[in-house]
Design a protein around this ligand. Sequence first.
Ligand SMILES: [Cu+2]
Length: 139
Amino acid sequence: MRKLVPALLLALVPLAVAQERTPSPAAAEAYIIAPANGARVHSPVHVQFGLKGMGIAPAGVKFDNTGHHHLLIDTDPPADLGAPLPATEHIVHFGKGQTETTLNLAPGKHTLQLLFADLNHVPHNPPLLSDKITITVLP
Ligand SMILES: [Cu+2]
């Protein structure tokens, strides 16, 4: 009986650990087209999303080498990129396949960063994470 327990645990561990992350092509890249890093802008702020080496598909739609954009606003990427991204006011999903948005931001400094993710909102492996930009919203 004693031997059975570790055997069962070993059998279950791979199921619990195996996060299926969608692979991304080596040259794929997400980047912010606009605004430019360091830009001084007025709200509402128009943000344009750039993507190289992959395509856009709506959330929930399985198609090779695709995903949808997520905009990280005033936050760092989650520590665990193997889990679905939460939807919060700081992590905005563009699950319809949008490639731009308009943000209402309070005056002051803000950071923006793009994180591309698959149909299940899980970042690819390796992840497509843009440079983080800082902008200043003028009063
Ligand atoms: Cu998403």
